[in-house]
Design a binder for this molecule. Structure first.
Ligand code: FDP
Length: 420
């Protein structure tokens, strides 16, 4: 598949020639499609050159411990909605109005997807769409619809330059971007194999500033433009300006960070707004729940097996072993881990050395959220946020959760002494 093989690293080093002719032609088709749709009022490079980086802007005012939403409640009827929370951040110059517009458009997409998920069983939205995505996975009807909803909302924000989705083979340049040109990576419906049973699913997203070396100019030829689209999204998680997810469960809960702590908003369907319900979430330092698909146990390395085995010995943990909880829906499993503490893991195994989860729109956003809440995100050997992607749909092993739990897992995998 073109996206997996034509890594941006290869493209950066030697252009499209780094791909086989078949890959190159697969690569060119979407590029030409994107080019046809790609119109822009004027070059934004000059504007971007004059403007301070949004990351710098945020860092300049960042007081890490400052809780942006911690305003005193004046009236029993006063609500902090996502909209007022974003306005607060804008006032404090933590984010600019363009990033706020992108986040708002994502929230709108999540409201729509949440409503579709709730009604899937009675609106004939369950079951397969009859096609596969680029990773060879069967797409559910709701995978396809959610992707369209996400794309529509981001396009209509007018602030997004490039979008990359789990459901698309290559990133797409967004026509009619007025300003901002944010790069948005997302998995519109994660855990969708659960959908027909009415089990929790979620959306995951990350927002990057466009990297200056690969800004998309009006006059780029289609090949050049697609190369830049790919490079735009292939940034390390360290560069994320915002990461978040929405859980569609007994409630619809949007959790996000803009680099100053983690905030959760519960959707109130009666007023149609996300309401701040989880201010400044902190993950417990330790937690006695592990969340792994143990069906893969025989495929794991000896170290990985030893780690899981060790959690089951009551005498090692004060008389009570760890509890196992696994939904098989990353957003649901991660959300529980964030609130209750513990560890979520999807290790590599003898069949899939890098596991199952995708770096750009699963592992990196979740790791940023974990770190912002005081936790950790690791491959077992390396901090996830330090990894520069080599391909849009690249997979990496993921272990994320309470800091002590991730440290302990790393110690076993690396043959080092356990943390204090
Ligand atoms: P799904 O395939 O249902 O979309 O990466 C996708 C994902 O779900 C995650 O949400 C989930 O945690 C994981 O796969 C489950 O994989 P296993 O079935 O292999 O445990």
């Amino acid at each position: 598949m073109a996206a997996a093989l034509c890594s941006p690293v290869a493209l950066q080093r030697s252009g499209a020639a780094a791909c086989s002719s078949k890959q190159a032609s697969q690569f060119m088709a979407p590029a030409l499609r994107a080019a046809a749709a790609f119109t822009r009022a004027g070059s934004s490079a000059a504007v971007r050159a004059a403007a301070p980086s949004r990351r710098v802007l945020a860092q300049a005012v960042a007081a890490p411990a400052a809780a942006p939403a911690a305003t005193a409640t004046k009236s029993a009827y006063e609500l902090q909605t996502l909209t007022t929370w974003l306005l607060d951040l804008e006032k404090k110059a933590v984010i600019d109005n363009e990033l706020a517009a992108v986040i708002s458009s994502i929230a709108t997409a999540c409201k729509q997807i949440g409503s579709l998920v709730n009604r899937a069983g009675i609106s004939n939205l369950t079951g397969l769409a009859g096609q596969e995505n680029v990773q060879g996975e069967d797409q559910k009807k709701l995978d396809v619809i959610s992707n369209e909803v996400f794309g529509n909302c981001l396009r209509s924000s007018g602030r997004t330059g490039v979008i990359a989705s789990e459901e698309e083979d290559l990133p797409v340049a967004v026509e009619e971007t007025f300003s901002g040109e944010y790069v948005v990576v997302f998995d519109p419906l994660d855990g969708s194999s659960n959908i027909d049973a009415g089990i929790s699913v979620g959306s995951i997203f990350g927002i990057y500033e466009p990297s200056p070396e690969c800004s998309i100019e009006d006059m780029d030829d289609p090949e050049e433009m697609m190369k830049k689209c790919v490079l735009n999204v292939c940034q390390a998680g360290n560069e994320l300006l915002c990461a978040g997810y929405t859980l569609y469960s007994s409630a619809t809960i949007l959790v996000l960070t803009v680099g100053q702590g983690v905030y959760g908003f519960t959707f109130d369907p009666l007023i149609g707004e996300f309401i701040l319900s989880h201010p400044n979430i902190r993950i417990p330092d330790k937690g006695k729940i592990y969340s792994f698909n143990e069906g893969n146990y025989q495929l794991w390395t000896e170290e990985q097996k030893a780690y899981i085995d060790s959690l089951k010995h009551p005498e090692k943990w004060g008389g009570k072993p760890y509890s196992s909880r696994y939904i098989g829906s990353l957003v649901g499993d991660f959300h529980r881990t964030l609130l209750y503490g513990g560890i979520y893991g999807y290790p590599g195994d003898s069949k899939n050395t890098n596991g199952k989860l995708r770096l750009l729109y699963e592992c990196a956003p979740m790791s940023m959220i974990a770190e912002q809440a005081g936790g950790k995100g690791s491959t077992g050997f390396k901090r996830v946020l330090d990894i520069v992607p080599e391909a849009v749909h690249q997979r990496v092993p993921l272990f994320v959760g309470s800091p002590w739990e991730v440290d302990y897992l790393e110690s076993v995998l690396q043959g080092k002494p356990a943390p204090e």
